[in-house]
Design a binder for this molecule. Structure first.
Ligand SMILES: Nc1ncnc2c1ncn2[C@@H]1O[C@H](COP(=O)(O)OP(=O)(O)OP(=O)(O)O)[C@@H](O)[C@H]1O
Ligand SMILES: [Mg+2]
Length: 278
């Protein structure tokens, strides 16, 4: 491809991204500084929570080197292409795209930043998302290329920064908050995960990762603290089996916390729409 042809292809892709993104009312980026703190768990459960409230919802797995969304949704079918568009997978109405469904199982994706950004662009440009109320991007840990691409191309209106209460996680989450601010994402909220574990035998609460770190971080930056999710064995078991605690155990504490975060997201979406109408 000549340089000129490359420029044209790039411009056309930008156009397709704009067109696709314009049909999505609200775009949420879920990220953190630290790995393994529960970004994918939060993304999947919020997607189900929003969908069950009647909002059409999709998840874009923007974690190219460690994609877990397909596994947590229990999706293992093959991608369907139609007129050069990717048809997103669907679970209980939630649409989803992930590199995990495009490569052989267990194979690593050994790509440098620009290649990872390129595939995210394709997920935005060439997936038939249709009209959506919410699209959630589940990001890898850190503040690298993926979040930059999502910020520039998907233009999120919400960023949910996930942290455990532990200091090493909170320090990294602070970097994520500052990145969201630099990227001018309008709404930034903190979700604390793995906050305490209730022993199923004696009901004693063990604060494995400490307590209060997420709340203090939100207070320091004067941004909303969205909720504190405890460690829950069922949440882990359901995730490993492609199921969601929010659908399987509608009355448990973890579900109630996810639902309250869904309510905050809905309220902010309403507020955003009203201020746009003015
Ligand atoms: N509240 C919770 N209770 C029990 N297990 C949890 C909870 N939150 C997450 N987990 C489990 O912890 C592990 C890490 O969670 P998850 O994959 O969502 O983190 P992540 O931040 O997306 O990780 P990565 O940085 O690798 O993308 C998973 O096995 C998940 O099932
Ligand atoms: Mg993840």
């Amino acid at each position: 491809m000549t340089e000129h042809e490359q420029d044209i292809a790039y411009e056309e892709e930008e156009k397709r991204i704009k067109e696709n993104v314009s049909k999505i009312n609200h775009r949420i980026a879920v990220f953190s500084g630290k790995g393994g703190v529960g970004k994918t768990t939060v993304s999947v459960n919020l997607a189900y929570g929003l969908q069950s409230e009647g909002f059409s919802t999709g998840i874009l797995d923007a974690d190219i080197t460690g994609p877990n969304v397909a596994k947590m949704l229990g999706i293992n079918s093959e991608l369907i292409m139609l007129d050069s568009k990717m048809i997103p997978f669907e679970k209980y109405g939630v649409k989803m795209i992930s590199i995990d469904s495009l490569i052989p199982s267990g194979q690593p994706v050994i790509w440098r930043g620009p290649m990872r950004s390129k595939i995210i662009n394709q997920f935005l440009a060439d997936v038939e998302w249709g009209e959506l109320d919410y699209l959630i991007a589940d990001l890898p840990p850190g503040t690298g290329d993926e979040i930059l691409t999502i910020a520039q191309q998907m233009k999120p209106d919400f960023s949910l920064v996930v942290t455990t209460p532990q200091e090493v996680s909170v320090i990294d989450a602070e970097r994520a908050i500052n990145m969201a601010k630099k990227l001018e994402i309008p709404f930034i909220g903190v979700v604390e995960n793995m906050a305490g574990f209730v022993c199923p035998h004696c009901s004693a609460v063990f604060e494995l990762f400490g307590s209060g770190g997420g709340k203090s971080l939100a207070a320091k930056y004067n941004i909303p603290f969205l909720g504190s999710i405890p460690l829950d064995i069922d949440a882990r078991i359901f995730a490993d089996n492609g199921k969601s605690i929010i659908l399987e155990k509608p009355d448990c504490e973890v579900t109630q916390i996810f639902k309250s975060i869904v309510t905050i997201i809905e309220e902010n979406s309403q507020y955003k729409l009203q201020s746009m109408e003015k």
